[in-house]
Design a protein around this ligand. Structure first.
Ligand code: AMP
Length: 472
């Protein structure tokens, strides 16, 4: 079975007397952008853990009757998008098991780089796996741990697993959040009222459930929530900070904050930097590919004094599982998702802003559509640098040979996508816009410096040309 890669959102709440399933549902709903393929909530009532999970969007998976049945005082929730065709129900999270420590539910965001190795070692010692998910590796390691309390068992697991993880673990009476020693994937803590807490991938989920942001979980840290309150401990040593830079570029919701920086504001500043680095003199209008291109387009328009406008309208009701993975359906998918505004485009020189070009398949179709709608010139500006290196830490971006910037120069990409001009934001410009020191960010997809060394076997699965040697 192929390994699956996961982009996910996690949410957990601990609070006696609260309708924790409903709070988890709202939290998950606001993390929907982190994964649209499946959703699940597990709830503990102090004895039993009950769970409902299925394929689909959060609102498709959960009806009132499901929430009614999920009674208890702790909940853990997960929304997931995986890349392979093997996106089957048994990979859906949270994952549950019964072990010596009692029932445990796990929800995981990120990719472990040594999951395959651990899985094969455990298989050799007779442990069976039902899924292809990294998260099951965490669950099975926990279940196999010889430690006699959950905190020590988790610490033990953290010393074994490598890579990116923001994980929520629920037992009968505890909700525990951990973050990998580099803090690659985000996780934050919020206070719901005086004694109840939540943990979430992004701060936007705290706002939705009415929780106040306390702080981010630190790299290598463990947060233990019980009905009595919160305990914090450094489970394993921090190895620095390396938050995924793509959270700022594309992944996070603009109303979230990371390292205290508003994602929307950082994207707007990316637009400022982009306008300075790659101006488009003489253009009539700047427009975004919505929604992720929107803040950068606003910023570009502000800095360049070219009027901001709408060039395409997005259909918000489409989501990616409706798009079949063949080229004809992908072409149709672009037209279902975006529709050009002829009146805004006709006869005009336009600047089109998007956050990134990954495979380079969608942008060419978009430019064609913009030209067909009558645009005289299409100048493309991208608010991140060329995406050249595959991610091993939980972002779904293909093998190296599928990454267009790994194969073609900027000029070749311009010709391939059919733009009149093409400008990418530099890495320095991007980091300046974020306003965080570069050594606190993982920029591996952009500069090939992988903070956690990737095992050879995993590298072979994604590197087709040459592998970058340098490690941060
Ligand atoms: P493409 O170049 O055709 O692979 O698509 C690039 C587009 O996908 C950009 O407009 C991004 O907004 C979006 N994108 C970037 N990263 C991801 C990702 N990890 N998963 C899904 N979409 C992404």
């Amino acid at each position: 079975m192929p390994e699956i890669q996961e982009e996910c959102g996690v949410f957990g709440v601990c609070g006696s007397g609260e309708d924790v399933a409903r709070i988890a549902f709202f939290g998950l709903f606001s993390l929907q952008h982190r994964g649209q393929e499946s959703a699940g909530i597990a709830v503990s009532d102090g004895e039993k853990i009950r769970m409902h999970r299925d394929m689909g969007l959060v609102t498709q998976v959960f009806q009132e009757e499901h929430l009614q049945k999920l009674r208890g005082h702790i909940a853990v929730a997960h929304t997931r998008y995986s890349t392979t065709g093997a996106s089957i129900l048994r990979n859906v999270q949270p994952m549950l098991c019964d072990c010596e420590l009692g029932p445990i539910a796990v929800a995981h965001n990120g990719d472990l780089i040594n999951a395959a190795q651990i899985r094969s070692e455990m298989r050799n010692s007779g442990i069976e796996f039902e899924t292809t998910s990294d998260s099951e590796v965490i669950l099975k390691l926990l279940a196999a741990s010889c430690e006699c309390n959950i905190e020590d068992a988790i610490t033990d697991v953290m010393t074994k697993i490598k890579g990116a993880y923001a994980v929520l673990i629920m037992t009968q009476n505890k909700l525990i959040g951990i973050r990998d020693p580099f803090g690659i994937r985000p996780l934050c803590i919020g206070r719901l009222n005086s004694s109840h807490y939540v943990l979430a991938s992004e701060t936007c989920a705290l706002n939705t459930v009415g929780a106040h942001f306390i702080r981010e979980v630190e790299p290598g840290e463990m947060i233990i929530l019980t009905p009595e309150g919160m305990e914090e401990r450094q489970a394993i040593p921090t190895q620095g900070h390396a938050l995924c830079i793509f959270e700022y570029v594309y992944f996070a919701r603009p109303d979230s904050r990371m390292y205290g920086k508003s994602v929307h504001e950082t994207r707007r500043r990316m637009g400022h930097e982009l306008a300075r680095e790659h101006p488009a003199p003489g253009a009539h209008m700047v427009f975004p590919i919505p929604n992720t291109g929107t803040p950068a387009a606003i910023g570009f328009a502000e800095a360049s004094r070219i009027p901001y406008g709408e060039g395409v309208i997005k259909n918000h009701y489409i989501h990616r599982t409706f798009i079949q993975p063949d080229q004809r359906m992908r072409d149709l998918g672009v037209r279902m998702k975006l529709s050009p505004l002829k009146e805004a485009l006709s006869g005009r020189r336009v600047v089109m802003i998007d956050d990134s070009i990954v495979r380079g398949t969608t942008i060419g179709q978009q430019i064609k559509m913009i030209r067909e709608a009558g645009a005289a010139e299409v100048h493309v500006r991208i608010s991140s640098p060329p995406y050249k290196h595959p991610c091993f830490y939980g972002i779904d971006t293909a093998n190296q040979n599928e990454l267009i910037a790994a194969k073609l120069s900027v000029e070749e990409i311009r010709q391939y996508i059919g733009a009149d001009s093409l400008g990418y934001l530099s890495l320095n410009g991007l980091v300046r816009a974020i306003g965080v020191k570069k050594d606190k960010l993982c920029c591996a997809c952009l500069d090939g410096k992988y903070p956690v060394e990737v095992p050879k076997q995993a590298k072979l699965s994604k590197f087709v040309f040459e592998e970058p040697a340098s490690v941060k």
